[in-house]
Write a protein that binds this ligand. Structure first.
Ligand SMILES: O=C(O)CCC(=O)C(=O)O
Ligand SMILES: [Fe+2]
Length: 399
């Protein structure tokens, strides 16, 4: 097997099929050619062997964006000029998407099988029988400039001319497509914002690795109704600090705050609100999807919808704001997540609950605490005596 990486469809196919003539291995026709786009994730480790076991001219595994209907095949298409191979590229230009009546059934795997379709993207296995057609399509594409879409559309036009059928199979779960529509390069860490778009990838990197064990963590001894939550990964914690420091627009910790509706903050911190770094939507998704089950487990009957009064990152420093005086939060439940390591990155600090007389201190980055707001858990931020302490705070309400 030979593995090739290419920046475009044309380049990839040309390199695979028209190789260096001095390289003897390249002059043989390969029994199969597999094209895989960087957005395709074949998470089923048997995906390729399932596909190789078939003997179709062209077969693609069904790959769908997570929680979406967007997939790597078209159920139907308009604009093919039949049997005019020379016009393949013009065809690709004219090609129009049409949804077939059974599209949803196939995407949701209510019906499984092998389906004949006009065009596929993402990942495709081609038999040696269509080698020449693949070569023609590659020759059609100008040096390096044709992208994946035109490449695959031109290939589909050539295959149609040659009488070869393009198929997609949903007989197995093969994997999914990455969604980069919302990728915003203006963020320092754009992937951190894609929790909703690519949940599997996001969870693997940004959710705490022990998240699923939250049920095993009971009430904290001597700290009634306060719960430790394995919320976010250490990498999330680091990147969140970097994202905030990259923006650098920390408030000055004064009572007057024009980011707030009333313009007044009774218990001001030096902070950056999630609106300022464009993280609000992602955070609401996190609360609904991941924190909701935790809150409902510990505080029976409490369902988080993603509504909060404020979400922000606080920065404590001995020379700037170093502590926060006792107060009640404007929340029903507060989530307070450590973003860096007490005893290492800073000295002192911690959350002290006055009525319960307990202190949460030196939690590892990514670990959070849930505590009731407004009435029972009067608390303060203890003095940071050296270094910089960062925490993420979210004031959560059910309605
Ligand atoms: O420093 C802490 O852990 C407490 C922070 C806090 O109470 C708040 O931001 O409302
Ligand atoms: Fe607070």
């Amino acid at each position: 097997m030979r593995l090739l990486e290419a920046a475009s469809f044309g380049e990839g196919v040309r390199t695979a099929l028209q190789p260096n003539p001095n390289d003897a291995a390249w002059t043989t026709i390969l029994p199969r050619t597999v094209l895989i786009h960087s957005h395709a994730r074949l998470t089923n480790s048997s995906a390729l062997s399932h596909l190789m076991a078939t003997d179709y001219d062209v077969i693609a595994p069904l790959l769908v964006r997570q929680n979406k209907y967007w997939s790597n095949f078209w159920g139907s298409a308009s604009g093919f000029a039949p049997a005019v191979a020379a016009q393949a590229l013009a065809d690709a230009d004219r090609l129009g998407y049409m949804r077939s009546p059974d599209y949803y059934e196939i995407v949701e795997r209510h019906q499984t099988g092998v389906w004949t379709v006009p065009v596929v993207f993402g990942a495709v296995v081609l038999s040696e029988r269509v080698h020449d057609t693949l070569k023609e399509a590659a020759q059609d594409l100008a040096e390096g400039e044709a992208g994946w879409f035109y490449g695959m559309a031109a290939l589909a036009a050539h295959l149609r001319h040659a009488g070869s059928l393009v198929r997609v199979t949903n007989e197995h779960r093969f994997g999914h497509m990455i969604n980069t529509d919302a990728y915003d390069a203006s963020h320092l860490h754009p992937d951190m914002y894609l929790a909703q778009d690519n949940p599997a990838e996001w969870e693997a990197v940004y959710l705490h690795e022990e998240y699923n064990q939250f049920r095993e963590l009971g009430d904290m001894e001597d700290c009634t109704d306060v719960y430790r939550v394995p919320a976010l990964s250490a990498r999330f914690a680091r990147e969140m600090i970097e994202e905030c420091e990259n923006l650098g627009e920390w408030s000055n910790g004064q009572h007057t705050d024009n980011r707030l509706k009333g313009g007044y903050e009774p218990v001001p911190t030096q902070d950056i609100h999630f609106e300022q770094i464009g993280f609000k939507d992602t955070w609401q998704h996190f609360l609904r999807t991941y924190l909701g089950p935790v809150a409902n487990h510990h505080y029976m009957g409490y369902h988080i919808q993603g509504r909060t009064t404020l979400d922000f990152v606080v920065r404590y420093r001995p020379d700037k704001q170093s502590f926060l005086r006792p107060h009640h939060d404007a929340s029903t439940v507060t989530l307070n997540v450590a973003l860096n390591q007490g005893g290492v990155d800073y000295q002192g600090g911690g959350t002290h609950f006055l009525r319960q007389n307990c202190t949460i201190k030196d939690a590892p980055p990514g670990w959070g605490t849930l505590s009731p707001g407004r009435l029972t858990h009067y608390h303060e931020g203890l003095k940071t005596t050296a270094g910089t302490r960062y925490i993420l705070v979210s004031f959560i309400d059910q309605v």
